[in-house]
Ligand binder design. Structure first.
Ligand code: NDP
Ligand code: 2IT
Length: 454
């Protein structure tokens, strides 16, 4: 069906939409940044397809379908009542149920959740799987909290959030500060309140109770599969390359692992306190034990491995490398870091984290001809494997590690091709930023047109 509309009263180009966002949501700087990056890629698309403008697709895309902000009261081990703020931004459900992680970190606010939810719309579209975009979390700091405190917090969080979730409605997963332990407590509470064993309501579950093989590894592995695709495009590979990974959480650990498996040497990793350098290549089992099992700090690596060096504070990007994988948090790789990386001869940068590279740093790297994989494409393996988990849950099925890993690798290769094809079609050959933004947008926008004005 074709809906006939009079031409829009004035042509709303991306700058007008951006100005409106700034006026309407002042102070949401991360959301502004994420929206700006997408909008500036879309000028040629809008010029070629004026119907997107007539139907106000940009304005609709930039306004979440629903935003939830709620109180999360809980009791700490000393018996004191604590109150945190919880969020869920259900951004866009054109392609499927809202899908995206939960972040527990003291920095979380509505602007951060909106930036993450906005990115998620396009990332999820790129996977080719039927998932819409959303994100959530709380300004809760899990650091130093006991298991009991984490459990009570998760239970209180889910007591409010459960009414908005469902396998066909909204399906959260993990993000910073939310891993397998937290997903377990959240799932337990959802099951208890609803009296439903609804496996598909959360992803990142344990293997005994509906989780998928490879979901734990998927974001990091997928990022490195994407790097391999970018390098292969240039007739190169990862073998023998020096790699630096920021962060030492879920994404960082498995990005480092896969880079190592493909013949690279991972020489530095970090956490929010500092970084470790090991010129012989980091012992990744030791890092995993410190961070994943002991929930310790990265400096403990240098205490055990005396050949390594720990640098308190500072920037992990000071360590020369040919492949840089920012896998910690937003805006952690700035202009200065980009200059240092370029001086050290960096060949590829892929964002395992969401928006870790500042706009100026992205520009410097792209202008210098570095293979730059934006998060929407490079870290899409996590949510893609979440969608594979949902598929297994829906079919009451469980695939092997090998089968799931092959599907992940195929999805990452598909995203790589999709980005290059879209970039070529819109006059920016080889530019993965333009390619990811345009390809993700067109799929969501065309679907929104099909669904009418909602
Ligand atoms: P984790 O909580 O497992 O690890 C986060 C890591 O980043 C830790 O090493 C942490 O250090 C560091 N970090 C977090 N915040 C800051 C900060 N403000 N400054 C410096 N370092 C910081 O999270 P994930 O590995 O899951 O997530 C990392 C990134 O990847 C995030 O951007 C997330 O949105 C993104 N992502 C995650 C996916 C997933 O499946 N988990 C999927 C796609 C993207 P410390 O311990 O000191 O806080
Ligand atoms: O940023 C992300 O893509 C995630 N945190 C994973 C989301 C998911 O639903 O698996």
């Amino acid at each position: 069906m074709t809906v006939q509309h009079a031409p829009a009263p004035e042509l709303c180009l991306t700058t007008d939409v951006y100005a409106a966002i700034q006026t309407r949501d002042p102070g949401q700087s991360e959301f502004h940044q994420a929206a700006h990056e997408v909008l500036e890629s879309l000028e040629p698309v809008l010029a070629r397809h004026p119907h997107y403008t007539h139907h106000r697709i940009l304005e609709r895309l930039c306004e979440p379908e629903r935003q939830l902000v709620f109180r999360v009261p809980w009791v700490d081990d000393a018996g004191h009542v604590r109150v945190n703020r919880g969020f869920r931004v259900e951004f866009n459900s054109a392609l499927g149920p809202y899908k995206g992680g939960l972040r527990f970190h003291p920095s979380v606010n509505l602007g951060i959740v909106k930036f993450l939810g906005f990115e998620q719309i396009f990332k999820n579209a790129l996977t080719g799987l039927p998932i819409g975009g959303g994100k959530g979390g709380a300004d809760f700091d899990p650091k130093g909290r006991s298991d009991g405190e984490i459990m009570r917090f998760c239970q209180s969080f889910m007591t409010e959030l459960h009414r908005h979730l469902g396998e066909h409605t909204d399906v959260p997963a993990g993000d910073i500060g939310v891993g397998g332990r937290e997903i377990g407590y959240l799932f337990g509470q959802y099951k208890r309140i609803t009296n439903r064993y609804e496996s598909g309501v959360l992803t990142g579950k344990g293997l005994n109770w509906g989780g998928s093989h490879v979901r734990t590894e998927a974001t990091g592995y997928g990022t490195v599969y994407f790097v391999s695709e970018m390098l292969a495009e240039r007739g190169q590979d990862l073998d023998g390359r020096q790699v630096v990974v920021s962060g030492s959480g879920n994404v960082a650990l498995y990005a480092a692992r896969k880079a190592h498996e493909l013949g690279a040497k991972v020489v530095a990793m970090s956490d929010s306190d500092g970084y470790v350098v090991d010129e012989h290549g980091l012992d990744l089992d030791l890092i995993k034990d410190i961070k994943e099992v002991r929930r310790g700090r990265i400096k403990e690596y240098a205490q055990t491995m005396t050949r390594a060096r720990y640098v308190e504070g500072g920037s992990v990007w000071d360590v020369p490398c040919s492949v840089a994988l920012p896998c910690a948090t937003q805006n952690e790789l700035d202009e200065n870091a980009a200059r240092t990386l370029l001086a050290g001869g960096v060949a590829a940068v892929a964002e395992g984290a969401n928006m870790p590279t500042t706009p100026r740093a992205v520009r410097l790297l792209r202008e210098a001809g570095v293979a730059f994989g934006p998060g929407k494409a490079a870290n899409a393996g996590g949510v893609a494997t979440s969608a594979l988990e949902m598929r297994q849950n829906a079919g009451r099925d469980a695939w092997s590690f090998e089968v799931t890993d092959q599907r992940l690798a195929a999805i990452m290769a598909g995203i790589h091709t999709t980005c290059l094809t879209a970039a070529e079609a819109y006059g920016a050959p080889g530019d993965y930023v333009v390619g990811a933004n345009v390809a993700g947008f067109v799929k969501v926008a065309d679907t929104m047109l099909d669904h009418g004005v909602i």
